[in-house]
Structure formats: C-alpha cells, structure tokens
Design a protein around this ligand. Sequence first.
Ligand SMILES: Cc1ncc(COP(=O)(O)O)c(C=O)c1O
Length: 428
Amino acid sequence: MSAATAAAVTYPKSLLLRNAGDARPPTKPSRLRLCRPTPAFSVSCTALRPSPVSPPASPADASLSPDRVFNFAAGPATLPECVIRKAQAELVNYRGSGMSIMEMSHRGKEFDGVIKKAEADLRALLGISDEYAVLFLQGGGTTQFAAVPLNLCTPEDAADYLVTGSWGDKAYKEAQKYCKANLIWTGKHEKYTKIPAFDQIQQNPDAKYLHICANETIHGVEFKDYPVPAGKDAVLVADMSSNFCSKPVDVSTFGMIYAGAQKNVGPSGVTIVIVRKDLLGKAQPITPVMLDLKVQADSASLYNTPPCLAIYICGLVFEDLLEQGGLAEVEKKNVHKAGILYDAIDGSGGFYVCPVEKSVRSFMNVPFTLTKSDLEKKFIEEAAKEGMVQLKGHRSVGGVRASIYNAMPLAGVEKLVAFMKDFQARHP
Ligand SMILES: Cc1ncc(COP(=O)(O)O)c(C=O)c1O
C-alpha cells in the first residue's frame, strides 16, 4: 500500500456501501485501491463486493463498490474505480478553479497543466523520447486508418498491411483510398486465429510502412513481438487501440502508434497518436487539416478545441498506472489475469473453447465459445445476473468475449472463472 493510500481518509460506515439486498454478514473488509491523491483531495472507503460463486477476492482489488458490476465490455470499457471517484470529486470545482474541466478554456492555465501532465506521464510510462510527438486527437482509431496513409504516403506510394483481424482489415480497406495498399497476409480464411511467422511474409521492399493491429479486439489475437519492415526507410505502424499501455512497448521500433482511449486508458472521445517527428510535414495535399499530424503536433494537440474531459480522465489513468509501478507491473497483473481465464477454458475438457492459437492469444480480449452453443445465451444471461456484464461476443463472430483490460480487477476474472466452473458443473 502506498504512503498516499495509507494517508487517505477511510469512511467509517463501510456497511452503508453494501448492496441493500445483501443479507449475508460482512466478512473481512479491505481497502479501495487509490489513485495518487491531489493535494486537495483523497478518499478511500471500505466496502465488500458480494459474490455468490467466487472465493474471497484478492486483497489488492477486493474492495470495489458493491453497486458496480464487473464490466467485461470491449470498449468503452471499465475504468479504474479510483479514477472515476477522483474525477467525481473534482468535477464541480476543479482544484479550486471554481469550474469543472468541462467548462474551462482549453487554452487556460488549468487545462494547459492537465494536457502537459498527461503527456509527460504517458512519456514516462512508455519511455517516449523527444523524437516522437504525442498527440491527443479526435475521431477514434477509425480516423487514423485514413490519417496514416495521408500522412506517410503519396497516392502512388505502396504500404503493406498484415491483417490479423477485422480492425486491421478495416485499416487496409481505408488505406486503399489514399495509397497503394498491399495486403501482404490475411488470417481471414482461418477465421483470424493466427499470426504468421514473420519470415514467411513477403513484404514489398518499396512500401513506406508496414501496418499491423497489435491486438485484434474482436478475434483476440495479439502480437507478442513485432515484424521489422523490409524497406530501407519503411516504418512500422501499429493500431494499439485495445492493448495500449497494457505492457511495456519499445516505442523506438515504431514510426507511429495510435490508440482510441476507450479500452485501456480513458473514455471514448480521445485518440492518442505517437509519431516520429521526422515523418511529419509530408501530408498529401488533400489531407483535411484535422488529420494533418504536423499541424496537430505544431499546435500541441490544440489546433481546435480538444476533448478536454476525456484527456483529463486519461491523465488520471496515467497517474494511476505510474502509481501501480509502471507498465512492467501492469503487464504482470494482465498476464496473471489472462492466464487464469485461459487455464479455465483449456481445462474445461472442451466445454469452453478458445479458437486462437495459444502463442498469440490476447491478454486483453478473450473470445471463447461453448461447445454446447445453445447454452451460450443462458451463460451470458446468468453471468449478468451475477454482476458480470457485457460478455457477449462481437456481433460479427458471436460466442462469448471477456475483455479484461488493465482496469478489470483480478477479482472480476476470479469471479468469472468460478462462475464458468459452476455453470459447467450444472450443465453436464
Ligand atoms: C483495435 C481497434 N482499432 C480500431 C477501433 C475503432 O475505434 P474507434 O471506434 O475509436 O474508431 C477499434 C474499436 O473497437 C479497435 O478495437
């Protein structure tokens, strides 16, 4: 427990936070994990999350408010409860300014502090050097599907796409409008369950960049290492929307990384772009000004009004990730959470099945099916009744999907695993 945590206030009446309908006696209370407090505010509370099927949760994350569910949504996704509470406490009067973040000028000193701190903390988390611009933009990951070729290519230039799921495929299709995009490999015919050996893919030596989707949110396929672009000046570009800040990444091996915030680092509305500065300034003439990354870099993401509230929340998440010990520590937790879930699937004797090749299984999005597929609806409905929601697989693939981003507590995964075992036992 950090010094900040130890110094925090504890609400004395923890019982008030229990579910009104929960008649069971309290067991051992434990503390809410805290974000680093601002000087003006810190809060902690003791509370219990009742769980009919799981064993007592791990001390690190057992004490979540009982009126919150375990939200396994793929995005917008669960956020750290401590971040939401901190934002709530600061919402009406941001650090003595007399205004909320939503009401103040994006060019005023308060917001200037917010965006600069968010950038500095993200640079610290990922070890991003000054050779890279860090941008907070709008339009989601989808807009970057166009911004990438518009900024890195002429219409005659080639660009390579290695497609391991639906998002990479969408990026490839969008790029075809703005450059000569090559599909150098696709996992479509194997239902996106694999990543090829890098020495088996034929890259175009003239390609300006090689694009990958680092984690395919729908299919649950994640790159564990990265291909090296073949062309002399080619760069690697990655859509990291669904595994951004889930583990350390050597940013210097990429020309550009982009990520919609709404899975791992914040609410929807802001997209983070990390781009090597020397690649900027060559946008195609048709590039809309908002997609010109040089314009955005030169104006420090303030060319127009940015998504102030979303950037502020991202900043709180970055503070929290730093407080947890940085991305190496965060990765350990994610590997552990994913491990117990995949073990439960693989150890079910075929009751549950994950189709993804083991070596490339995502630590963030775990898709699985029930061999008795007629039970899937019941599984999802019963889980929801137990406070585990948004487990339905993407509409394009069906089945079940558990998104277990950074903010999903270990207790949530443990509860899901206990439920899976119980459900299986009840359906022999
Ligand atoms: C990997 C990936 N890339 C891109 C997108 C599209 O993001 P947005 O909805 O922010 O445009 C998503 C959305 O889920 C995604 O998972």
